[in-house]
Design a protein around this ligand. Sequence first.
Ligand code: GUN
Ligand code: FE
Length: 421
Amino acid sequence: MTVQIIKGHIVDAPAFGKLAITENGFLILENGRIEGVFAELPETYRNAPVTDYADKLILPSFADLHMHAPQYAMLGTGMDLPLLDWLNTYTFKTEAAFKDTAYAREVYRALAKEMIDNGTTRVCAFSSLHRESTMILMEEFEKAGMTGYVGKVNMDRNSGDVLTETTEESMRETTAWLDEASDQFEHIKPVLTPRFTPTCSNELMAFLGKLAEERNLPVQSHLSENTSEIAWVRELHPDCAQYWESYKKYGLFNERTVMAHCVHSDERERTAMRENGVWVAHCPDSNINLVSGVAPVRKMVNEGVRVTLGSDIAGGALLAMPQVVTSAIRASKMKRIQTDWTDDFLTVAEAFYLGTTAGAKFFGTNGGFAKGDTLHAIVVDDSAFPTSAQKLSVTERFERAIYLMTKRDIAAVYSDGRKVK
Ligand code: GUN
Ligand code: FE
């Protein structure tokens, strides 16, 4: 048996709003799996080697449950239009360039490194509709040390000429991609990805729903992000009272589904998400940038909907998940103001849980530093932050780190038990 011991100030997020802090603690791994967090080194491990991070903070790493990998190429640009115009003006053009596999390689390699450097080790990502470039994204994620899911996008209508596929092509390419990708990588697996209802014909949606069931695959898409989008879905599916039903009727709305945004989900739609076990990827920075609205994140959590966080680059301009966590806090505070102080806001500990443990659970683990899981962690060196006159507690240092940390302050990253930074 191999034993690994990591020492430092350990801050775990075992449950919503809960922090488990062990100062100068020992995180013990046996054969790569977490045995536990201990305040004193147990006698049995006395002779095992210790990686001592001294005064640094050891936290669970981040999970980005919604992002568009090709849109990394347009990060920080084209931020002046609402969703549907934004897609037609900038986004589809950006993604069309990923027909070029050499270009895809270059962008995806840089993206994967940037995510690891910023402490994201789990991801649920959209690629573009291109099969070959999707394989390249999976490969670059795998090589960089990421874990999670990548999806070849399906879109056979309403996306203009630059970026579209026929229904037949979409089905054929998806099957070929699944055959190739399913067992190709140890840590990166496929997820079915109907872009959103407006860009997928009924025939394609039915095909994907069948595929999800036959091959037991997860699904990711978008839901109720923008009011014009919702009105459009109502025209496309007059038989559906609400947007979510356009997924549900094709078997694309269940406990293995991540729906991004849900900004305008009312009580009926939120109930449907809870009852179907659907996961929400709340993307606060994107929702503000594309003037989509402010999602009722606190309501969803209180009602028992499974909420996680996503960067949604490049609708979101922040790839670094600590900044998405603080964006979620700000958005929840805006919601509190909008609801006349009725909805509560998210505390740092609550938002941190959504960006780490909550997302990890989508991948079938317990998340945080739960016994039996492999290690997904970051080591934060907060020595470059402004010096406080008072000695800060570890809790205060944790909160400051969430607001201030950049990749320069992340000294080490562990993903699935391996040190990847
Ligand atoms: N809805 C459909 N496609 C997209 C996309 O690329 N980004 C966002 N934010 N919403 C979408
Ligand atoms: Fe998105």
